[in-house]
Design a protein around this ligand. Structure first.
Ligand code: ARG
Length: 264
């Protein structure tokens, strides 16, 4: 089997696994632990300051998310089960330290998984909370205007391939990777209209990782406000030089997200 065949089947295998849903964390076992020693912290990051990203949410199934409204969390489809009433998820917000006594914890009431989600693309979902959380929300990109530049990612996921989930919120910045470069890296497994890639191509060392899924990738808009352009979705390994992180392209789904949220 040549290298590109290997890459392709690996990517498909990973996507299928993600489709299995529950399970953000299941993907961890796919990674050869320690196969790639990327620098610590998300991979290659640093600790976020309390209040720096007030819209960040940790979800109890082991994913991230962002407050789209004070009562609706935007996350990844592969982090949730089917759409419907669902009181099994706890959202933790308001803290960088998940063990903090000031953590705000709210249960879910409903899940709305992207219509047509089948494990490939369309990796977004909404979770309705039992009560609103009085924290700033993160607006989503409604056009492609901000699908470029340098992005911030944050999460409580692994700080290296096969690593453990984190108690403290980590952050990092990653540059945009073009559809062409990403498609080449993943041997054609990217859905360019639905996915946006980011990472230090040919360098690696900085990336999201298992447990960051569902969390936002964001940047400043022209007015200086944070705007969400991506949702952590998948990648082969974490922070590997030849494999950028793959994110749901939020602008593609902004209208669908908006109307779905309005209907919850
Ligand atoms: N699918 C992973 C999760 O469920 C996120 C993986 C992101 N990987 C990457 N190399 N950026 O947490």
């Amino acid at each position: 089997m040549n290298t590109s065949t290997k890459k392709k089947s690996a990517a498909r295998f990973l996507k299928r696994t993600l489709a299995a849903g529950a399970v953000a964390l299941a993907a961890v076992s796919l990674q050869p632990a320690g196969a790639n020693a990327a620098p610590a912290p998300v991979v290659g990051g640093t600790r976020a300051a309390q209040g720096e990203f007030p819209f960040m949410v940790r979800l109890s199934m082991g994913c991230g998310g962002a407050l789209y409204t004070q009562q609706i969390v935007l996350t990844a489809a592969h982090c949730v089960g089917a759409s419907g009433n669902n009181t099994s998820i706890t959202a933790t917000a308001g803290v960088v330290d998940l063990n903090s006594s000031s953590a705000i914890k709210v249960k879910s009431t409903k899940v709305l998984r992207a219509p047509g989600y089948n494990g490939s693309g369309k990796d977004w979902a909404l979770i309705k909370l039992a009560q609103p959380i009085n924290l700033p929300t993160l607006k989503i990109a409604e056009t492609t205007a901000y699908n470029n530049g340098t992005f911030t990612v944050a999460g409580w996921g692994a700080t290296r391939e096969g690593g453990s989930q984190q108690r403290y919120l980590m952050k990092a910045t990653v540059p945009f990777v073009s559809d062409a470069d990403c498609q080449a890296a993943y041997s054609g497994d990217i859905i360019p209209s639905e996915e946006i890639c980011a990472g230090r191509l040919n360098v690696g060392g900085v990336d999201t990782c298992q447990g960051d899924s569902g969390g936002p990738m964001f940047r400043r808009d022209n007015a200086g406000a944070w705007i969400q352009v991506g949702i952590v979705s998948w990648g082969i390994g974490c922070a590997r030089p030849d494999y950028p992180g793959v994110y749901t392209e939020v602008s593609t789904f902004a209208a669908a997200i908006k109307s779905a949220a309005a209907g919850m």
